[in-house]
Write a protein that binds this ligand. Structure first.
Ligand code: J2J
Length: 551
């Protein structure tokens, strides 16, 4: 069933990707069914704190399959239909997979929210997609998601159902009450491999986040392609340390890649060494993925731990640039192979290979998964640069989308006429074909792997009655790589406003905490470019001590 808000691949490309064997004609529902039939008793998921007593809980492939079916039947009975959107905001728990596979079976589309998102983001996802339902934990990380859901529901009356994946659902429906026996005739509808499977979130550089439509065919290719490159097989044990719904731990090769291979997925409630290291030891974790700040933290902590991390074979690091110095420390520190991964929820994923020389592994961000990933490196006028020079990365291929969901105007800017995605990244290619990320042309801050669209935060700052104008830029941070600084011009006669009050204002607008500016600087003017536009580049290089010069 084609979604009218989605731009599929042109037929000749789809045919080519099928003929090449990249698109295998599978769906997530069919894959889980096959794995469950082949090895029902093999463990699929380990949720170390998800048991009734807060202890370890495991689900076999057979159990996950049955649970997905029963959840699908129950959700269907509650009116969740093929093509419906369901915002899923669950932490790293087994229920995340139960719900997501149930939706895959129905042909309803999960919209992957992160646990950090708050009222403004969730209300937007729900209203923009016309979501039929929203799935939350009761309380996670000290935050009561039932209160969040109540606020979202008040703003988005069309949201029919809220399901709570805990025993105490408050005013909403407990997820545990939903499952039903599958009717004799089955679920009644099975999505096709070329149908949309879900909407993923883009890091974004615009006022509101964009949604990325991914199909079963294309995403499953990115999974098995990643598995081959990362050595994932049925013996792999993957630790989901980052938030499960993020594209990196979901697919590079991530939980879904490892489930595709028939391996085991271990859910880590928090990515800190004190929680993750005991799990690596007790569960025999072989592979995991981290953003650079966490990779640094783990490498340092490994020197002090008495935990045995010997099972860990591969550490994937990506989401933001991993410095060469930090990369060099991974193998001696953690005793495993580093794979750099430069990926994006829109599609293209690059990896250094397991047999690449150490020099390439520590100095590049890898090369594409597929021989059919097309890479162009161009100047500001879309002309290809000379080999080895840096430029804008454009890409097209068998698992890179052709447009955002329901965003025609934005698509005209973010994609070329012939379907290349403008990544907004500045890269160069080495003679070995590896990409090195040199910078970014998009107006985005990459805060240790968490992406912040400057415009989104600026819009919230502008809503403050005392704020005349605002610009948000990234500035260097030794741990995060980059942190955010908001440069603010106050209205005349606005009186005194303290940075803390500005931060509080943004937080109370209902934004994820990571989007709240790390630093707020009051200025009386912004530096301008030759043509009179605000020069973010000059703002970026304005170190705190220089700031008064701007006044
Ligand atoms: C520099 N910048 C990087 C890297 C991503 C695997 C890994 C990461 C993501 C991801 C992902 C980078 N060095 N190694 O989806 O499947 C920046 C680039 C890129 C943007 C995408 C995956 N790895 N980046 O981070 O959609 O700017 O996906 O365009 O969140 O992160 O962000 P996102």
């Amino acid at each position: 069933m084609a979604d009218p808000a989605w731009l599929p691949w042109p037929a000749e490309f789809a045919e080519r990707y099928r003929a090449a064997g990249w698109w295998r004609g599978e769906t997530f529902g069919s894959v889980l069914r096959e794995r469950a039939a082949a090895h029902p008793d093999r463990i699929a998921l380990v949720d170390p704190t998800g048991g009734r007593d807060g202890g370890r809980r495991t689900w076999s492939y057979g159990e996950l399959d049955v649970r997905a079916d029963r959840m699908a039947a129950g959700l269907t009975a509650r009116g969740i239909l093929p093509g419906d959107k369901v915002v899923v905001q669950l932490p790293n728990t087994a229920e995340f997979f139960e719900v997501v596979f149930a939706l895959f079976r129905i042909g309803a589309l999960p919209v992957f929210a992160l646990p950090a998102h708050r009222r403004t983001e969730i209300s937007y996802f729900c209203s923009f997609t016309g979501a039929a339902a929203y799935v939350i934990p009761a309380v996670h990380g000290g935050h009561d998601y039932r209160e969040l859901a109540a606020a979202v529901r008040a703003e988005v009356p069309g949201l029919r159902e809220v399901f709570v994946a805990d025993a105490d659902p408050g005013d909403f429906t407990a997820l545990a009450e939903v499952p039903l026996d599958v009717p004799a005739g089955g679920l009644g509808h099975a999505p096709a491999p070329h149908d949309l499977a879900f909407l993923q979130l883009s890091g974004g550089s615009t006022g509101v986040p964009k949604l990325i439509p991914r199909t079963h065919d294309d995403y499953i290719y990115s999974l098995w392609g990643s598995n081959e490159i990362c050595g994932v097989d049925a013996d792999s044990v993957y630790l989901v340390a980052l938030p499960a719904a993020h594209n990196f731990p979901l697919s590079s090769p991530g939980s879904l890649g490892v489930l595709y291979a028939g391996g085991r997925v271990v859910l880590c409630p928090q990515p800190v060494p004190d929680v993750a290291f005991p799990l690596i030891e007790s569960e025999g974790v072989t592979i995991t993925g981290l953003v650079p700040p966490l990779a640094l933290l783990w490498t340092e902590a490994a020197a002090r731990t008495d935990r045995d991390l010997g099972s860990l074979e591969v550490l994937l690091v990506g989401g933001a640039k991993f410095s060469e110095e930090a990369a060099r420390r991974v193998r001696p520190g953690l005793g495993c192979t580093l794979q750099q991964v430069f990926g994006m929820a829109e599609g293209l994923v690059n990896y250094t290979r397991l047999d690449d020389p150490e020099e390439i592994v520590v100095t590049t961000q890898g090369r594409p998964i597929s021989p059919d990933d097309e890479i162009l490196i161009v100047d500001d006028e879309d002309r290809e640069v000379l080999p080895g020079e840096s430029g804008h990365l454009l890409t097209r291929g068998p698992y890179t989308v052709r447009g955002y969901w329901n965003a025609p105007e934005h698509n005209a800017r973010s994609f070329t006429a012939d379907g290349f995605y403008r990544t907004g990244d500045i890269v160069r290619m080495t003679p070995t074909g590896h990409l090195v990320v040199e910078g970014r042309a998009k107006d985005q801050i990459n805060r240790g792997g968490e992406k912040i669209a400057a415009e989104e935060v600026e819009n919230h700052l502008l809503a403050h009655p005392a704020v005349h104008d605002a610009n948000v830029v990234g500035e260097p941070d030794p741990y995060l790589g980059e942190r955010t600084c908001a440069y603010v011009i106050l209205r005349e006669g606005a009186g005194e406003l303290r940075p803390a009050a500005v931060k509080k204002f943004v937080r109370e607008r209902g934004l994820a905490a990571y989007k709240v500016p790390d630093r707020v600087e009051f200025v009386s003017a912004f530096p301008k470019t030759g043509v009179g536009k605000v020069s973010k580049r000059d703002l970026r290089t304005a170190a705190p001590a220089d700031a008064p010069a701007l006044v």
